[in-house]
Design a protein around this ligand. Structure first.
Ligand code: CP3
Length: 373
């Protein structure tokens, strides 16, 4: 499906931005940079807005969700906004009893442990989301209208990461109940994954249709899986989630050139997924997000030298002396030069106690160093 003419990719507003160029595999003159979890607790202006409001209520308030998405763009001059929301928002909207507990994360009213639990959960109809997602679409449209030529990235949780919360009932270190269900009840597992893919895919598609210029699928907890389990029991559902946005295209008309159709770029990211990088690309992603454990030149080698990369500054170094962080960022940029293109990011999210001035300084360092190369 072709995005409508007002979409910032179709209108040309964001199509030539550094971020979209790099996601499309062309290296821009200056390396683009944004940070996972840039919108949120590291910013005093976020903490001020959040006083007295629950996380999921903020996500469903278009004015607040839009404003929080814009805060880091204004402050740090990053090359993209990420939409402020959470991976469990579509679960909530389809009728799952889920809340976000401060300092802990998503917590379910009832863990989904058995075949009967899966049947009960999957009786909730994902098509309900087409109307329930209205506040999300409104928030994206509002943010995009104020971002101008800076692209907004939409996101969703991958089916495994969402299933890990659903089955465990909350955060977990090893996701052991999820991995047990995968093998003990393979049919129930497949049903759970297919349902989750539908729910999260609709959430992602709504964001792109409302104006997001790229989409990122977060499989934060996929690193708990063996390559064999990932390939057999998880990757098909991630591909199904991505299929909800994979058909979306826009037309680029360069000066004098024939118009060309491009896909909305899709990024796939996981933590501790060094062994899974190739499979994570193969599900239909354009760009692979790399955590801080695998250097970018090695990630590029594992991906055959043909895939744009995003990453992978170690978040722990944000609190180290500037000279240590600077040397690390220069090294990341250098290794990123081996890939077809590179978007600088962290290897996971911004830690809540990060000094925001360090992030602002890091953005100018990335822009200055890459421009001088
Ligand atoms: O700036 C951004 O990146 C956009 C906003 C965003 C949030 N969650 C806001 C949020 C994004 C992209 C997410 C994705 C998300 N949520 C993931 C995938 C990315 C990752 O970090 O691995 C996961 C696993 C979740 C689930 C979740 N929600 C966790 C682990 C937490 C943190 C719990 C805590 O308090 O330590 C949440 C809550 C959450 N999501 C917060 C924010 C800003 C904190 C809420 C608060 O301010 O109290």
């Amino acid at each position: 499906m072709i995005l409508d003419a007002q979409h910032p990719l179709s209108s040309g507003l964001t199509a030539d931005s550094r971020l979209i160029q790099a996601y499309q595999g062309t290296r821009p003159a200056v390396t683009p940079v944004w940070f996972m979890r840039q919108a949120g607790r590291s910013l005093p202006e976020y903490r001020e807005l959040r006083v007295g409001t629950r996380m999921l209520d903020v996500c469903l308030d278009p004015e607040l969700a839009s404003e929080i998405s814009l805060q880091p763009v204004r402050r740090h001059q990053v090359d993209a906004g990420i939409f402020f929301s959470d991976i469990v928002v579509p679960l909530k909207l389809v009728g799952v009893d889920v809340s976000i507990v401060a300092g802990k994360g998503p917590v379910l009213g009832k863990a989904v442990r058995t075949r009967a639990d899966v049947d009960e959960l999957t009786a909730l109809d994902p098509t309900l989301l087409d109307t329930a997602l209205a506040p999300i679409s409104a928030a994206v449209a509002l943010a995009v209208s104020q971002l101008g030529s800076t692209p907004l990235i939409g996101f969703a949780g991958a089916p495994f990461t969402l299933a890990a919360y659903l089955v465990e009932g909350g955060p977990s270190k090893d996701h052991i109940h999820a991995r047990t269900l995968m093998h003990a009840e393979p049919e129930a597992w497949a049903k759970l994954m297919a349902w989750t893919a539908d729910v999260t895919g609709r959430f992602l598609r709504a964001q792109v249709l409302a104006g997001a210029s790229a989409a990122q699928l977060f499989d934060s907890w996929a690193g708990a899986l063996s390559l064999a389990d990932y390939a057999a029991s998880v990757a098909p559902a991630s591909a199904a989630a991505i299929a909800h946005v994979r058909d979306l295209t826009y037309t680029v008309r360069g000066a004098g050139d024939e118009p060309t159709d491009r896909n909305v770029p899709i990024v796939h990211f996981g933590v501790g997924t060094g062994e899974l990088l190739k499979e994570m690309h193969n599900i239909g992603a354009d760009v692979v997000g790399v955590d801080y454990r695998v250097p970018l030149d090695e990630a590029n080698r594992r991906l055959g030298g043909a895939v744009p990369l995003q990453g992978n500054v170690d978040p722990a170094l944000l609190a180290a002396p500037w000279s240590v962080l600077e040397a690390h960022v220069r090294d990341v940029l250098e290794r990123g030069r081996t890939a077809p293109s590179h978007v600088l990011n962290l290897g996971h999210g911004v830690p809540p106690d990060t000094d925001p001035d360090v992030l602002t300084r890091l953005v100018s360092l990335v822009h200055d160093v890459s421009a001088a190369d």
